[in-house]
Design a protein around this ligand. Structure first.
Ligand code: FES
Ligand code: FES
Length: 162
């Protein structure tokens, strides 16, 4: 075994890994954070999406050692310290945008980056931002509605995700 030093959900962390692992396995097995899901393992579904230095990446494709020294945010890092859901998570709940839930952690990480950066949110740009995250259940409409509402509320308040 080897180790991977990162900042994980805001805390400096050393994760035990095998150097052959991808980041997804390091998070799930090394760090015990199983919120990030494994779908295709080939970069096709987005279930494994996390933020690496603020940008969405497919953690199933990234060799774990290449993440050394980076900041990683997973779904476990979205909720507030008081345990309340993040406003973006709440928007998904309010819109009924979750069915089986398997895609949702990855979907939320891509959506988080979109909402954080959106200047003039609209449906087309939401769909583009979520284009790498596949959902087999919801038909996407409620997901897009939730993200759009969160983005519009965020920009009107000067950034709800700061
Ligand atoms: S599990 Fe990584 S893209 Fe599907
Ligand atoms: S809610 Fe089931 S795959 Fe998206």
């Amino acid at each position: 075994m080897s180790s991977l030093k990162v900042t994980l959900n805001g805390e400096r962390t050393t994760i035990p890994i095998d150097p052959s692992w991808r980041l997804l396995r390091a998070l799930r097995e090394g760090a015990g954070l199983t919120g990030t899901k494994e779908g295709c393992s080939t970069g096709a579904c987005g279930a494994c999406t996390v933020l690496l230095d603020g940008q969405p990446v497919y953690s199933c494709l990234l060799p774990a050692p290449t993440a050394a020294g980076s900041e990683i945010t997973t779904i476990e890092g979205l909720a507030g310290a008081d345990g309340r859901p993040h406003p973006l998570q709440q928007a998904f709940v309010d819109h009924g945008a979750i069915q089986c839930g398997f895609c949702i952690p990855g979907m939320l990480m891509s959506a988080y980056a979109y909402v954080r950066d959106a200047v003039e949110p609209d449906e087309a740009s939401v769909r583009e931002a979520l284009g790498g995250n596949i959902c087999r259940c919801t038909g996407y409409v409620k997901i897009v509605d939730a993200v759009l509402e969160a983005a519009r509320e965020g920009t009107s308040r000067g950034g709800m995700l700061q």
